[in-house]
Design a protein around this ligand. Structure first.
Ligand SMILES: C[S@@+](CC[C@H](N)C(=O)[O-])C[C@H]1O[C@@H](n2cnc3c(N)ncnc32)[C@H](O)[C@@H]1O
Length: 224
């Protein structure tokens, strides 16, 4: 278990809640590419955590799709950014060496830990914008349905710091081009273009970027 200021032995759940800062929230109908101030952050309400364990979510991103985009080797060190109750963390864990479950809300880690952690998962209580990880510590990082909660220039710069050259960032999230049949209101989402801009501006090269019904998926690599 790690907190925002360094590793803590064991896997007990830290109770310190770092300030929320990097997420973005847009008023409904607001155009896509304008940066928002950090004070407009939106964080998933832990009171609805049970919704995250609904297998119906695979309609929007399957394990196979996620692992395929991540394309990890068994030796890879990976981070799940905004891991929540670990729905997709347990899906990726068998395919990597170490998987950090990063979440800003300790209660999400507590809920994940109650279900039982895979042996190679280490929980990290931190903001994506302020990770207690060394430079180039990660081979890969991914987020599912969370990009809109953390993505800002600070968070993307932090990811460019901790992902090694040649490493990969995978982002699957609700799209502002969706119909809002599920997920957050359209006004809180990024469209694919603004997400691509943010990631590219942080120094990543876009490998693929796809708009699908309700969600977008983006694979981006750091130059090797
Ligand atoms: C919508 S939930 C999705 C959880 C998980 N990715 C999934 O698909 O099941 C978003 C999660 O991201 C976390 N989160 C939001 N902003 C964050 C940030 N800036 N840094 C770290 N975690 C964050 C929330 O606490 C929440 O657990």
């Amino acid at each position: 278990m790690r907190t925002a200021r360094g590793p803590v032995p064991g896997r007990d759940v830290a109770l310190r809640l770092p300030p929320v800062g990097e997420g973005r929230r847009r008023p409904a109908g607001f155009p896509g590419r304008v940066p928002y101030p950090a004070t407009m952050a939106h964080t998933f309400d832990a009171a609805h955590a049970d919704r995250l364990d609904d297998v119906g979510r695979y309609r929007y991103c399957s394990r196979e799709e996620l692992v395929g985009m991540l394309d990890p080797t068994p030796d890879d060190v990976v981070a799940d950014l905004g891991s929540g109750t670990g729905f997709y963390t347990v899906d990726v864990a068998p395919y990597v060496s170490t998987l950090y479950g990063v979440d800003v809300q300790p209660v999400m880690h507590e809920l994940f830990a109650e279900k039982g952690l895979p042996g190679n998962v280490e929980l990290v209580t931190a903001e994506v914008a302020d990770l207690p990880l060394a430079e180039d510590a990660l081979d890969r990082a991914y987020s599912t349905m969370t990009f809109h909660e953390f993505a800002g220039t600070g968070a993307l710069a932090e990811l460019a710091r901790v992902i090694r050259p040649g490493g990969r960032l995978v982002s699957v999230d609700w799209s502002a081009a969706g119909a809002s049949e599920s997920g957050p209101p359209l006004g809180e989402r990024h469209d694919l273009d603004s997400a691509v801009d943010l990631v590219r501006d942080a120094g990543f090269s876009i490998v693929s970027s796809d708009e699908r019904p309700e969600t977008f998926a983006m694979v981006a690599d750091l130059p090797g």
